[in-house]
Design a protein around this ligand. Structure first.
Ligand code: NAD
Length: 294
């Protein structure tokens, strides 16, 4: 499943969508990204989001805080952006320094601008299977499956990982789409046996090469969410890998997502989709994105 190709196809549609509506809105969609501290991976992710925004015509506003601010000051910034009429979407780039109360900051984000879908109101809507902002990585995975006409309804699906960012919202989205979902985690016993029953196996454990062919049923669909940068023994080279030992499982599977080029690009694309959805809503325009939103 080629996430890069699908994300480019969706981006093309998003760009046209913005172009066709900008004469009505008189301003482009706006996305605010708050980064706190110097986590190097966050720097790369923020730059990728900024570039993706400019490709489709979203205006990005990057707020890079040093980390010397206190909780109240960040809350005040979020509040200011909540009322900024040029901004349709806002996200807090995670991780942030430990001294901040991350969940409290997320709860300050206006749910209508919460393009990461992490605010408790949006999580509640997902639990209730009501329309709301959906978190980007799980929403991207649903789109990847749909793009290959892989039915979710009635399938045995095993999700490895129960984080708020990936595992939990993904399991709920798939359950809402009538999959039979088993959630597993670091304390699950007999993980191998459970995974072997899966028609669709989704690995989001954050453990390089955790899943080899002994976990995989013949003809299964494998989604690899993990991203790890491995360094060669002489430290001269690095390469990316996922939670799945791809070369070991590839002969057994019906479809799989590569790392890189699978889930990652779709995560960024869904952020663009959520921002444009919010922009359309802000101006009372009918949404053209319903077939992309799970
Ligand atoms: P996390 O550390 O918050 O959660 C990991 C989850 O996996 C936990 O629930 C834990 O219980 C479970 N787990 C850990 N070891 C396990 C094991 N041996 N067996 C079964 N379960 C186990 O991580 P996260 O934020 O959910 O991210 C998971 C991975 O996905 C990471 O590699 C991260 O970099 C990657 N990620 C990728 C994208 C993307 O866009 N491709 C987005 C988000 C996260």
């Amino acid at each position: 499943m080629d996430g890069k190709k699908l994300s480019l196809e969706i981006e093309e549609k998003l760009q046209k969508d913005i172009e066709s509506k900008i004469n009505l809105t008189k301003r482009p969609p706006g996305l605010a990204v708050i980064r706190i501290g110097e986590d190097p991976a966050s720097g790369v992710y923020v730059r990728n989001k900024e570039r993706a925004c400019s490709r489709v015509g979203i205006k990005s506003f990057i707020f890079h805080l040093k980390g010397t601010e206190n909780q109240k000051e960040v809350e005040q910034l979020i509040n200011k952006l909540n009322f900024d009429s040029d901004i349709d979407g806002m996200l807090l780039q995670l991780p942030i320094p430990k001294k901040f109360d991350e969940q409290r900051l997320i709860s300050y984000i206006n749910p209508d601008k919460d393009v990461d879908g992490l605010n408790e109101q949006n999580v509640g809507k997902l639990v209730k299977n009501e329309a709301g902002m959906r978190s980007c990585t799980p929403a991207g995975i649903v789109n990847l499956l749909r793009s290959q006409n892989i039915t979710i309804e009635g399938k045995r699906i095993v999700v490895i990982g129960r984080s708020l960012l990936v595992g939990k919202p993904l399991a709920l989205m798939l359950l809402n789409l009538n999959g039979t979902v088993t959630m597993t985690h670091s304390k699950t016993t007999n993980l191998n046996k459970l995974c072997k029953e899966a028609d669709i196996l989704i690995a989001a454990a954050g453990k390089p090469n955790l899943i080899d062919s002994s976990f995989v049923k013949e003809g299964a669909v494998i989604i690899d969410v993990g991203i790890h940068r491995l360094t060669s023994s002489d430290k001269s080279k690095t390469r990316l890998c996922g939670d799945v030992l791809l070369e070991d499982v590839i002969h057994k599977v019906f479809a799989y997502t590569p790392v890189p080029g699978g889930v990652g690009p779709m995560t960024v694309t869904m952020l663009l989709v959520n921002t444009i959805f919010s922009w359309q809503k802000q101006f009372g325009l009918s949404s053209t994105l319903n077939d992309i939103l799970p």
